[in-house]
Design a protein around this ligand. Structure first.
Ligand SMILES: [Zn+2]
Ligand SMILES: [Zn+2]
Length: 315
């Protein structure tokens, strides 16, 4: 499951220290699907160029493209942006999302890793290089389709992300992994085959694949939100549009979540009361389940997810 803090080597600690004293940071997230002829070569190039650049986070390289979530000092923004936009002709027009970070440290190390896929789906016989995905929607169109009964909104994130915030009309696809979601997808949506299917995820990367898969299965009207929820929120603010995304958004760094609206959508797993608290891991390490718990239940169960976990812990 999801864990934040890992043991750190001396070099990492030094990196974190240098990062934290370099005043203002921003979190940059971007991805691009394109055919990478020699992923190891690209990986080395990035390592060499960025090693001394005071960056934390993670960058995944694979034969199918690049996926990155990094924290950088603001003064390096121009350099980093220019560097990644020029690593390949396909990345020239890549959308890069950024948020200005408050004082908190968002990452504890820098990982530049080779992966088989930049977003793991492990679907057999479904090769994908971004050729045939759905149609992109900007925030204005998202809002237009929001009230259209002929449209189905589908949240492609994990259930713990959906739990704390989503578009109020969105369906979610119950599954443990992205792979499982993709496998269930065509059957799950079969009833709505002729409707407009509008998919979204945090930054848009999952929907590059999920929309392509749906089209592969013959769905005629497949759309996805350009740049995901992150970009939708930015556009809504910039152009003063109504915002139909409610609650909080789960972010994959040490901040855990970012508040979008004051609405509280999440419930305590134990008593089902609405609660504003963030996800925790079950205090029983053998369980370690990620869940939401209200203060009262947390005291009652010593931050365990259930009585069994609590009892085995304090036997
Ligand atoms: Zn409770
Ligand atoms: Zn537990």
């Amino acid at each position: 499951m999801y864990q934040i803090i890992k043991k750190n080597s001396q070099t990492n600690l030094k990196k974190i220290y240098l990062h934290s004293i370099s005043r203002k940071h921003m979190i940059l997230s971007f991805y691009k699907y394109f055919f990478v002829n020699d992923p190891k070569k690209l990986l080395n190039l990035i390592k060499i160029k960025l090693e001394k650049k005071n960056i934390l986070g993670r960058i995944y390289i694979s034969e199918e493209g690049i996926n990155a979530l990094i924290s950088i000092p603001i003064i390096q923004y121009k350099y980093i942006k220019h560097f990644f936009k020029n690593i390949n002709k396909n990345t020239k027009r890549m959308y890069m999302n950024y948020t200005i970070e408050d004082k908190k440290i968002a990452f504890w190390d820098l990982k530049i890793i080779f992966k088989k896929q930049i977003v793991s789906n492990k679907i057999k016989n479904f090769s994908f290089y971004g050729r045939n995905q759905g149609i992109y929607l900007n925030a204005w169109l998202v809002n237009k389709y929001f009230f259209d009964p002929n449209c189905i909104f589908l949240d492609m994130r994990n259930s713990y992300e959906y739990e704390i915030g989503h578009f109020s009309n969105a369906m979610t696809l119950p599954a443990q992994t992205f792979r499982e979601q993709l496998e269930k997808l065509p059957k799950y949506l079969d009833l709505h085959k002729n409707k407009k299917i509008i998919m979204y995820c945090t930054g848009g990367i999952r929907c590059e694949k999920s929309t392509a898969l749906l089209k592969y299965y013959g769905f005629p009207h497949v759309y996805h939100i350009y740049g995901g929820i992150l970009s939708y929120i930015k556009q809504v603010k910039k152009y003063n549009l109504p915002n139909y995304f409610k609650g909080k958004i789960f972010v994959f760094d040490a901040r855990l979540s970012e508040k979008i609206t004051d609405d509280i959508l999440s419930k305590c797993m134990n008593c089902q009361k609405y609660t504003d608290r963030v996800h925790i891991n079950c205090f029983n390490d053998f369980c370690h389940r990620l869940f939401i718990q209200c203060r009262t239940c947390s005291i009652k169960l010593n931050s365990c997810c259930c009585l069994t976990c609590k009892n085995t812990l304090y036997k």
